[in-house]
Ligand binder design. Structure first.
Ligand code: NDP
Ligand code: MG
Ligand code: MG
Length: 332
């Protein structure tokens, strides 16, 4: 197991007074800019256009700059625009204007690992990847806590990249929880694998397949929805709070026995082989290549997939049941 860095391993002094340019003011950008500022650091926000984010930053009391102006004098440049936008942003608005040797910082390894961005040899390149959505990064920080993060160093020209990375992690609150070292390769590949195989892809298709199996066999869709989709949250909450053992302790013995035997029958060796295959596509760069191409064509697969899901029977049933489900929730 790796070392977990906390507040006592990190010191803001290494970046105090340095000019930090946060590029993007969306989910992570808004949280990082505000947390770093509230930690007493010298933050500017750089944006490409005077759109939604521009107004949002102003309403938060931050005067945004155009990217070129934000990066011009920056010592540390943090990329917090969508991953598919970072390469163009780098080529057009960062690289030509940045100070020689300024640090390049990421919240996900995609662009560096797959070489969409090729950083200059004289820059420190590192990553702080919060393990939670931006609004939570902000909310926990304000409440005195922090969302855990991963940290990785790609280029360490100064010899102080880790200290600076940990200082930024401290500035956004992550060291109040804990920061785990990784590499750009490990973070990128595991992140993609997780979202494809379980968190987004796996769970979505498992819910859908189970729902449709019941409905095709004549069961009421409302009943099927509760069993195969809605209840998942309660089980996942148990795993989150008490581990898999805690979840198993909370369900009936019948569910334990059925789950232990039939789970392995459904998620069998063949499924594991396919998981390995999915991982192989990630490791070889095939997935990244395909995704860059899809993005370039305006994401037709994503757009069509979204409308298919929106128009599916399970979504219609889910919307109908939503009121009912909300009514039963305890008021906090
Ligand atoms: P967002 O989608 O929330 O970023 C939105 C920001 O990017 C806005 O300021 C938006 O400006 C700007 N933007 C969007 N499209 C363009 C464009 N074509 N040209 C210029 N600016 C654009 O990003 P996230 O915060 O989700 O992700 C940022 C980074 O953080 C990524 O590397 C991601 O992988 C990583 N990350 C994200 C997590 C998350 O939970 N979201 C978790 C951990 C890491 P405007 O308002 O003008 O459109
Ligand atoms: Mg992830
Ligand atoms: Mg991801």
């Amino acid at each position: 197991t790796s070392k977990i860095y906390t507040d006592k391993d990190s010191n803001l002094d290494v970046i105090k007074g340095k000019r930090i340019a946060v590029l993007g003011y969306g989910s992570q950008g808004r949280a990082w800019a505000q947390n770093l500022r509230d930690s007493g650091l010298n933050v500017v926000v750089g944006l490409e256009r005077e759109g939604k984010s521009w107004e949002l930053a102003k309403s938060d009391g931050i005067i945004p700059l155009h990217t070129e102006d934000a990066v011009k004098d920056a010592d540390i440049i943090i990329f917090l625009v969508p991953d598919m936008v970072q390469r163009t942003l780098w080529l057009e608005s960062v690289q030509p204007y940045m100070k020689k040797g300024a640090d390049l910082v990421f919240a996900h390894g995609f662009n560096i690992h797959y070489k969409l961005i090729e950083p200059p040899k004289d820059s420190d390149v590192y990553m702080i990847a919060p393990k939670g959505p931006g609004p939570t990064v902000r909310e926990y920080y304000k409440a005195g806590g922090g969302v855990p993060a991963l940290v990785a160093i790609q280029q360490d020209v100064s010899g102080t990249a880790l200290q600076k990375a940990l200082a930024i992690a401290k500035g956004i609150g992550a060291t109040r929880a804990g920061v785990i070292p990784t590499t750009f390769k490990e973070e990128t590949e595991t992140d993609l694998f997780g979202e494809q195989v379980i968190l987004v892809g796996g769970i979505m298709e498992l819910m859908k397949a189970a729902f449709e199996t019941l409905v095709e066999e004549g069961y009421q869709p409302e009943v099927a929805y509760f069993e195969t989709i809605n209840e998942l949250k309660m089980l996942v909450d148990l795993v989150y709070e008490k581990g898999i053992t805690g979840m198993l302790k909370a369900v009936s013995d019948t569910a334990k026995y059925g789950g232990m035997t039939v789970g392995k029958f459904v998620i069998n060796e063949d499924v594991r082989k396919r998981m390995k295959e999915a991982l192989q596509r990630i490791k070889s760069g095939k997935f990244a290549e395909e995704w860059v191409e899809e993005y370039g064509r305006g994401m037709p697969t994503v757009v069509n997939g979204l409308s298919q899901v929106q128009n599916s029977l399970e979504e219609k049933i889910g919307n109908q049941l939503k009121d009912l489900i909300q009514k039963g929730k305890p008021k906090s």
